[in-house]
Design a protein. Sequence first.
Length: 83
Amino acid sequence: MHLSWWRQLDEVRQRVIANMCFNMGIDKLLGFAHMLAALKLHNFAVAAAEMKNSKWFGQVGDRAVRLCSAMSTGVMPVAAGVA
């Protein structure tokens, strides 16, 4: 799968994808086919819903909640305890 459209995303959503890729690796990220298809169409609500509906979401915890919010809104929330 070629992700050339990734460059057309805003910086926040690029950071979400980069964070997920760093966490799980490119092969597992590419397994999020429905999320990636939604992103290609800039359907960020569906992309965030696909993230929430995954094993990854249950494993990652609060960071996954923040990343889903960022995907949906385009605004990166600040983690608790970070100044």
